[in-house]
Design a protein around this ligand. Structure first.
Ligand code: IPE
Ligand code: IPE
Ligand code: MG
Length: 250
């Protein structure tokens, strides 16, 4: 495979972000955690624009995990309302900017109004092709894998990676193709995946920053992208002379 730079194939780069640190950001300012989520939603809106300008092809944002239902009821319901408000406010702009918006994760536990909003914005932006923005809502990677495995067992027959990937796409609503993650960013200082895209991150470059999500800005994304470009991705291969082969530079 030839060496290609990020600028020559912008549509191919998949960046995923674990947007962590809203609660701590707010608490440090003597404000309720929900205030951090409100500012975090603005950050997400701004970063989507920046990512689009920087040539990211697919951006997956972790907004709410399956385990986040365990948070206080007030925080959860505040988040659900915030998600709906944000989607409604941004829908028109997504269409104008050619942004396809879709959601991955379970849908059977979301409030009905939020579910309807999701379905409507997905339909309204389905034709958009500039960048694919995926938002992970009630998302849990291990549950996706288990549901796909259950389906595979029920259907029987030989199981290939491709077929399993398609079953995962059906299980988490990501469609027939589940793109591998090229760069995974986590804000907020923790260095873990918290059940996010475990399968898709098999060869992802990991980038952790202490910056809390509400403070994450254009320069932070640029710094992450720059480091990503400088990394050598090997996908397990080496050349005959023992040198690591630069199969695909970021
Ligand atoms: C991430 O920020 C947003 C969601 C999980 C919804 P947190 O709410 O986890 O913020 P911290 O990690 O407690 O600071
Ligand atoms: C991961 O953050 C989920 C999102 C950012 C939406 P958490 O704050 O829930 O993860 P842990 O609890 O620190 O692992
Ligand atoms: Mg957190």
């Amino acid at each position: 495979m030839p060496n290609t730079s990020i600028s020559s194939r912008p549509a191919g780069v998949h960046v995923a972000i674990i947007m962590d640190g809203n609660g701590r950001w707010a608490t440090a300012r003597g404000r309720p955690r929900t205030a951090g989520h409100v500012v975090g939603a603005r950050t997400a809106r701004d970063i989507v624009e920046v990512a689009q300008r920087q040539g990211v092809g697919t951006l997956t944002l972790y907004a709410f995990s399956g385990d986040n239902w365990q948070r206080p009821r007030r925080e959860v319901s505040g988040l659900m309302r915030l998600f709906r408000r944000t989607i409604l406010a941004e829908q028109e702009r997504c269409i104008q900017r050619g942004l396809r918006l879709s959601f991955i994760g379970r849908r059977d536990r979301l409030p009905r109004e939020l579910l309807l909003t999701i379905e409507s914005v997905e339909a309204a932006t389905a034709h958009c092709a500039t960048m694919h923005l995926r938002v992970a809502l009630d998302y849990a990677s291990r549950d996706t894998i288990v549901r796909a495995a259950e389906r595979a067992a029920a259907e029987g027959g030989p199981l290939t990676r491709e077929r399993f990937t398609a079953l995962m796409g059906a299980a988490d609503h990501s469609g027939s193709t589940v793109p591998d993650v090229d760069l995974l960013i986590r804000t907020g200082g923790e260095q873990r995946l918290s059940d996010f895209l475990l399968w898709e991150c098999a060869y992802a470059e990991l980038y952790f920053t202490r910056r809390m999500w509400p403070d994450f800005g254009e320069e932070d994304l640029a710094a992450a992208m720059e480091e990503f470009r400088a990394r050598q991705r090997r996908f397990g291969a080496v050349d005959d002379d023992g040198e690591a082969r630069k199969i695909r530079s970021a």
